[in-house]
Design a protein around this ligand. Structure first.
Ligand code: F6R
Length: 355
């Protein structure tokens, strides 16, 4: 049942601290200072990585690809439906990773089969034990999110992000100093709980629910979160929403920005990405767009915001998980205010088994 929640989606959003604890369980060794996914013990470090996935899982694949590239490994996320007919060239040591909550998505299975037929080693990142992807791939990493009933993926996306981070760190070294990352991962379920307990998402949703279009911008690891924020918004609220890499705004989408189009900007850390995204916020502000900033408070981004959604300060690599929870909640409350059937949006199915 829904355990007292109005919708499975809200229940599953609230289950994220537990889902992440499960995902992390036995995979962090704080004493040794290591991260290890047991089931991967004999997988060699890949020379390059192709990630294939659809929808929300594709956004997790983008995040994983960003991590791999930061670690110096050539990697790209591919939409599975495109990869199946326009595959990227494989090298001998290319690993092809399929990310799929259900492990049954036809487009993703076809892309993985295509890669396997060309001789690639394949790995599935999935929530479903013994799913087709898990059975057909050479290796499998379980995200351990538990069952997800709501059609809109929520806790499984968070668990995909964390499982991807563990996977990439296990295969190649993403960071020089692992201790702060291990600490941030250990504290992540509690930080998600803090977001759930203190969020202003409901108030933000109420402020903007009269608009007909919503934009989401982010950079680096927050770019896929911007895309995911927009996807969740369109899926369950039926409102027009688009996510952009913050730097792309001025290359076209800015023409759509008016005083009627709220822009969600995700700004974490205080580095170059934050500084540049703040410039982008100023560009949309100059067009009178309502600006909602999702931030850890480490930059001055909140100063340029009409509304702020705060997240706890965490490691740069775990910040996308926290920012995404705020955006999940905004979409949920927006859809709820608009009276949409949240758990079963029109025209959508939980598992898409046709190409
Ligand atoms: C969005 C959503 C879909 C799925 C996509 C892939 O909320 O759930 O976009 O992410 O259909 O599904 P899986 O992960 O099962 O391959």
């Amino acid at each position: 049942g829904k355990s007292g929640y109005d919708h499975y989606m809200l229940k599953e959003i609230n289950e994220q601290p537990d889902a992440l604890r499960q995902c992390l369980s036995g995979r962090l060794d704080e004493l040794e200072g290591t991260i290890e996914i047991e089931e991967l013990s004999d997988l060699p470090a890949p020379g390059s990585v192709h990630l294939v996935a659809c929808g929300t899982s594709y956004h997790a694949a983008m995040y994983a690809a960003t991590l791999l590239r930061e670690a110096g490994v050539p990697a790209a996320a591919h939409l599975a439906s495109e990869y199946a007919t326009a595959p990227a060239p494989l090298a001998e040591d290319t690993l092809v990773v399929g990310i799929s909550q259900s492990g049954e998505t036809a487009d993703t299975l076809t892309a993985l089969r295509e890669a396997r037929a060309r001789g690639a080693r394949t790995l599935a990142v999935t929530n479903q034990v013994s799913s087709t992807a898990a059975r057909e791939c050479d290796d499998v990493v379980y995200i351990r999110a538990g069952p997800e009933i709501g059609v809109a993926a929520t806790k499984t996306f968070s668990s995909q992000l964390v499982a991807s981070l563990l996977l990439v760190e296990d295969l190649v070294d993403v960071v020089d100093d692992l201790d702060p990352l291990i600490e941030a991962l250990r504290d992540l379920p509690g930080a998600v709980q803090e977001v759930l307990d203190t969020t202003d998402a409901r108030e933000v949703a109420a402020e903007i629910s009269g608009s007909d279009a919503f934009f989401f911008i982010g950079r680096g690891g927050q770019f896929p979160v911007a895309l995911e924020g927009a996807l969740k918004c369109k899926e369950i609220s039926y409102e027009h929403a688009e996510g952009f890499a913050a730097g792309e705004l001025k290359h076209g989408p800015l023409a759509l920005v008016t005083s009627e189009t709220p822009v969600f900007a995700i700004v974490t850390g205080d580095g170059e990405r934050a500084r540049k995204t703040i410039s982008n916020i100023k560009e949309v502000e100059a067009r009178d767009a309502p600006v909602v900033v999702v931030t850890d408070g480490r930059s001055e981004a909140a100063r340029y915001a009409d509304l702020v959604l705060e997240i706890p300060d965490t490691h740069p690599l775990t910040a996308p998980v926290l920012a995404n929870v705020q955006l999940q909640l905004v979409s949920y409350h927006l859809a709820n205010d608009l009276g949409r059937p949240i758990d079963k949006p029109r025209n959508l199915a939980k598992s898409v088994t046709v190409e």
